[in-house]
Write a protein that binds this ligand. Structure first.
Ligand code: 1CP
Length: 339
């Protein structure tokens, strides 16, 4: 078990170590990034089973030449999001070669340093954003409720959108492979905005690019002389696509709290896929009893047969959560799965 955003704002030691540094400055400094990655491992020693490298999905648009800032308490901001395919910027982003190894070298250095500091305590997870989710940020310029610009692109310029999605998928493959080369032992693809797409749009604009990553990454690793590592996909909100997600070629499918665990297990059937998830992160705002109930529901649904289950929240920890409540969440998972 581990949780998304386990290193972050809810931890007092995070604010202390980060100081007045900008978010991306922390990502770019391997020493700081590794310290932040290790904080939850140290705080919850013996309870948490994996570290996830302190980085962000938006390092890919940065590597492609786009400016991305992290605005305190607001989130990511692109001063110049992609406007239309007629835009010079679209052509530049699409045509300019992205030197992933050079541009994101700091991520790989942070991973290698973190592996050394972990010294085998727990494995280290590498990650990237899914092409669809990265595309949304690149055209919206930040978080959004309406997805008006993303929808304009997919419904008005579907071919130009797909060209960019394919380019993003290839960059994801390279970024994940280089993370594995640097020491990542499992990789995860976050499709945080998958739930914005209906079933047919998901089939057109998300699924093929996730499948592309699942197919090409093992080949890329082989060409680098590296062993295959487990791959996780997290198509948040795309509950209708759970069946498809189980056949995409990923080893693990992460799910949010909209999914009923027992129903998910039924949909998976005999397929050799491990589930990850899925308590509502909001339960951590509630009482210890409420957390126990949420864990009981997960264990009852997921902890069946011998297929394995990666206990997690259904999304990242939200700011303001009491770290002691997260500890209770971990302890209850231990208690209820060790019987
Ligand atoms: O422990 C960890 O999980 C830390 C590593 C990590 C990961 C896996 C961070 C650090 N970001 C991510 C992934 C990430 N980043 C995703 C996918 C997971 C998800 O759906 O949350 C997304 C969508 C982002 C983009 C992003 N970065 C947002 C979301 C904004 C929005 O539109 O909702 C935000 C707020 C960030 C900032 C960020 N990234 C990470 C942290 C700890 C923070 C908060 C920084 C701070 O406030 O100091």
């Amino acid at each position: 078990m581990w949780v998304m955003r386990q290193a972050g704002r809810y931890l007092p030691e995070y604010h202390e170590a980060k100081g007045s540094r900008d978010f991306f400055e922390c990502c770019r400094d391997p020493e700081v990034a590794s310290t932040l990655t290790l904080q939850p491992i140290e705080r919850y020693a013996g309870l948490i089973d994996a570290a996830i490298i302190f980085s962000d999905i938006l390092v890919i648009p940065q590597a492609m030449g786009m400016v991305v800032e992290m605005v305190d308490k607001k989130g990511p901001h692109f001063p110049q999001p992609l406007d239309t395919p007629a835009d010079d910027q679209y052509r530049q982003v699409l045509e300019r070669e992205t030197h992933v190894a050079d541009e994101l070298d700091y991520v790989y250095k942070a991973i290698t340093l973190t592996r050394n500091k972990l010294a085998g305590r727990v494995p280290l997870i590498g990650f990237c954003g899914a092409p669809w989710t990265l595309f949304c940020y690149m055209v919206e310029g930040g978080g959004t409720k309406l997805f008006a610009r993303s929808k304009t692109w997919i419904y008005k310029y579907p071919e130009e959108t797909k060209k960019l999605l394919l380019k993003l998928a290839d960059i994801c493959v390279e970024h994940l492979a280089l993370q594995v080369k640097a020491g990542a032992q499992l990789v995860m693809v976050f499709d945080s905005w998958a739930g914005e797409l209906g079933p047919s749009a998901f089939r057109d604009f998300s699924e093929p690019y996730l499948a592309h990553i699942a197919e090409k990454l093992p080949q890329k690793l082989q060409s680098l002389g590296l062993d295959r590592v487990p791959m996780t996909v997290f198509p948040k909100g795309a509950w209708h696509a759970l069946d498809a997600a189980c056949s995409l070629g990923f080893d693990v499918v992460g799910m949010d709290w909209l999914q009923d665990p027992a129903e998910a297990v039924r949909i998976r059937g005999d397929r050799p896929v491990v589930f990850q998830g899925n308590a509502d992160p909001g339960v951590l705002y509630g009482t210890k009893e409420g957390i126990t109930k949420a864990v009981e529901e997960m264990v009852k649904g997921f902890w069946v047969g011998n297929k394995g289950w990666i206990a997690n929240l259904g999304h990242g920890i939200t700011p303001g959560v009491d770290p002691e409540n997260l500890k209770h969440f971990f302890q209850e998972i231990h208690r209820l799965t060790k019987q």
